[in-house]
Design a protein around this ligand. Structure first.
Ligand SMILES: [Zn+2]
Ligand SMILES: [Zn+2]
Length: 374
């Protein structure tokens, strides 16, 4: 049988009735240069995998390197009043300089051993909510770049983000602000995030709740693309301030009315949410850390209500001149709708849970009444 296009076309059309076809819709993201194909009917083929089945990382506190102070020198900490404190401790620096002399600096093991020497100087007093230190193996591409850990006080080692004392996520945001200010002073860009949920699909490896900040010289590819997209789609205006986000997607607003939590209109994953400060500012330093931390925690509470446990999750902070208006993308990393062939091929994403449904379910999960508008 010789293939003919009309023959193939005829067979395609005759077999259309054999499939479960209920067209969805394509949504362009108002802020990010991407689109989602929202196809709820496709969700019928499976159920969202139960996050309980994903192994929880449960390293006990006694074995936690962060809680044991086995890490590089404490550079700063955030106290209970959300003040950043720069310690005057210097013993750790002196010990490191002396101890490293004559040792093999080409082996990572040397640096793990060094942390045992630094442990006694890494004072973890009760006033610290979050402390900042270098990532022992930073992913830098030049010596000027940096990666920092924002680690919680050992009191909170076993806590989940959804149930932790709200001052802790606020202090986490405060620590990111400190690092961001440093990055800006060096002409670099801060990229803060959490790999969380105590489950490995988020990229989390240390059980203890913690955030990180990369300080990079080149504006990240996505940040540059956000600027180009804003220029192309909105003539350089801010889509958030222009009201480009559908008000029906609002989930929650903090008590001060400064920060909204909304369902992502064109997410990369089912159940993704966005944290949007109402006031325009390009830097994370322009937000109230208490309100911003509350928005992150509220999102995770909503997911916990929906999934019954805290799923693997990523909190992704985007800030700086290229981004324009600081915001966070919150992505639960449940087992279905992972990045697969189509997504990696196109950077468009097939989504089976419509954002309007996400907003409704999240609102119900956190027990909030409907939105009254801006
Ligand atoms: Zn810990
Ligand atoms: Zn704006």
């Amino acid at each position: 049988m010789i293939a003919t296009m009309s023959g193939f076309d005829g067979r395609v059309e005759r077999s259309r009735l054999e499939i479960f076809c209920q067209p969805g819709r394509r949504v362009d993201h108002p802020i990010l240069p991407r689109a989602a194909r929202i196809c709820p009917a496709r969700g019928e083929r499976h159920f969202e995998a139960d996050p309980q089945k994903v192994q929880r990382i449960d390293t006990p506190r006694e074995k936690c390197l962060f809680c044991g102070g086995k890490h590089p020198s404490v550079l700063a900490f955030v106290d209970r009043r959300m003040e950043t404190v720069i310690p005057d401790e210097e013993g750790s620096f002196r010990v490191a300089e002396t101890w490293l002399k004559g040792r093999d600096r080409s082996r990572i093991q040397t640096y793990y051993e060094l942390t045992s020497q630094l442990q006694q100087y890494n004072d973890i007093s009760a006033s610290h909510l979050v402390r900042v230190f270098w990532n022992l193996t930073p992913a830098v591409v030049s010596t000027e770049e940096a990666c920092f850990v924002s680690a919680v006080h050992p009191t909170y080692h076993d806590d989940d983000l959804s149930t932790i004392w709200p001052a802790v996520p606020a202090a986490m945001v405060r620590s990111w602000q400190l690092v961001e200010t440093w990055a800006v002073s060096k002409g670099m860009t801060a990229v803060s995030f959490i790999n969380g949920g105590r489950r490995s699909p988020s990229g989390q490896s240390v059980a203890c709740p913690h955030g990180q900040t990369y300080v990079v010289q080149q504006s990240p590819t996505l940040f540059k693309a956000i600027r180009a997209y804003r220029n192309a789609q909105w003539e350089g205006n801010c889509p958030i301030c222009m009201g480009a986000l559908d008000p029906n997607l609002l989930v929650w607003t903090d008590d001060s009315g400064a920060i909204d939590l909304v369902a992502d209109p064109a997410p990369i994953h089912n159940w993704s949410l966005l944290v949007l400060p109402r006031r325009h500012g390009s830097l994370l330093a322009s937000v109230d850390p208490v309100a911003f931390g509350a928005a992150i925690q509220t999102a995770v509470k909503a997911w916990r209500g929906i999934f019954t446990v805290e799923p693997a999750l990523n909190v992704l902070i985007r800030s700086g001149e290229d981004v324009g208006h600081v915001f966070a993308e919150l992505v639960p990393r449940t087992e279905t709708n992972v990045l697969a062939g189509f997504e990696l091929d196109t950077q468009d994403h097939v989504i089976t849970v419509p954002p309007e449904f996400v907003a409704e379910k999240c609102k119900a999960a956190i027990g909030q009444p409907g939105w009254s508008g801006h």
